[in-house]
Design a protein around this ligand. Sequence first.
Ligand SMILES: [Fe+2]
Length: 425
Amino acid sequence: MFGNRRLTRGWLIAALIITLLAGIVPATVCAAPPATSASPQHVVLTWEGDPRTTQTIAWQTSAPDTGGRVQYAEVTLARAFPETAATAEARAELLPAAGGSMVVHWATLTGLKPGTHYLYRVGDGFGWSEPRSFTTAADRITGFKFLVFGDTQSDRYDLWREVLRQAFAANRDAAFLTVVGDLVEAGQDYDQWDAWFDAAREVIAVIPVMPLTGNHETYTPLWGERSMPTLFTAQFRLPANGPDGLKGQVYSFDYGNVHFVMLDSQAREEARFVPDMLERQKAWLEKDLAASDKLWKVVFFHKPPYHSKTARSNDDVRTAFVPIIDRYRADIVFNGHEHVYARTFPLREGAVATGPAEGTVYVTTGRGGAKAHGDMHANDWHAVYYNPRNEPNYLVATVTDSRLSVAVFTLGGDLIDSWQIEKGR
Ligand SMILES: [Fe+2]
C-alpha cells in the first residue's frame, strides 16, 4: 500500500536507527506506535443510493488529505486487479481525533449492474488497499437476509468482534447488517470509533452496514455534555433523504420487497440543537411510509416504546412514532437501549392485536457488545423475554415474498427465539 509513502517511511526508519545508534534519542521514543496511519483504514460499505446500482465506500487516512479514489471492476478469474477497472474520485471530510486529525474519504459508485460481484480497492492513486469485493442487489429478489445487532457500546470491543464474526460466518449470504444505536460508549470520542471499526473491519468492508444512532452517539468525552452525532454521520455515509437537520441519521431505503426506516429517538439529548426533532420526524415518517408500496415495512429506532425497564418508558418516542407506525401497519420495529432481547405480541394502539396483520411486533434487540443490564423485567406486552447476561446475541432476519422470519442466537450458537410473519399479496 502507498508505495511512495513506504519509501518515505523507510528513509525515516533508517534515520531513526542511525540516530539511536548514535545514542542521541532514548529507545522508548521509538517504541511508541504511531497514533494514526497514512494507509487506508476503517474501510466501510454503506448505501447512499439504490442497492441495485450503487455502492458507497468510505475509508480513513491520517491528515493531510492527499486525495482519495476507488478502483472497481466486475470480478473475474484473473489473479491481478483488472487493468480495465473504473475509477471514482472520492470526497473528503476532516475528523477531529486524539493525536491529530483524520480524513474520511467516501465515494458512491453509480451505474453498477444489479446482482453482480465487484472487486474494489481504495487509495490515493499511488498506492492501494487490499482488494475486496461486494455484490449489488439483484433486480428481482426472491429472498434475502439481514443481520441485526443490539448495542455494541463497550469499554472493550473484542466481544463485538466475536459476535459479528460468528454471525457473518454462519450467514455469509447476508445482504447487509445494522446496529440499533449505541455503537460506542461516547460517540464524539474518535478513539472509541477506532476500536469499533477495527473490530468490525473483516465484515463491513464486504457487506454494507446501515446503522442508526443511540443516545451514546451524542455523548462527548466530557461526560454529561451532548452533541449532535457528527462523528457518526461523518463516518457512515447514509441516504440523505431524511428531514432537514437530521439528514444522514434519519433515513429510509429499500432492499428487495422491504422498506427500511431508521429514526432518531434522542429528543432529549439533541433538544438543544434540533428542538422540534420529533415533530420533524413525524411529518417525514408519515410521508415516507405513505409513499412506500413495498410488501414489508420495517422500522428501527433506539429507545423502545414498549420497554423492559420500569423507570424508563420513553413516552416521548411512543407518543410521536407509535400512532404513525400503527396507521401504516409497520410489520416490525427493532429497538435497542435496554440490552435485553424482548419481543412483543403484535400491538396496535398499545393493546394486543388479533394477529400480525393487525399490529406491529416490537423487538428489543439485545446486546452486541460487552455491556449487560440487570434491572430489567418482562412486561405484559412481551411474548418472549430474554436477558443475555452471559454473552452477546444477534438476530438473523430472512425475507421472502410471503414470509419474514427472525431467528435469534447467542454468541455461543444457542437459539433464543425463532418466529415469523406470513403475508400474501
Ligand atoms: Fe441507549
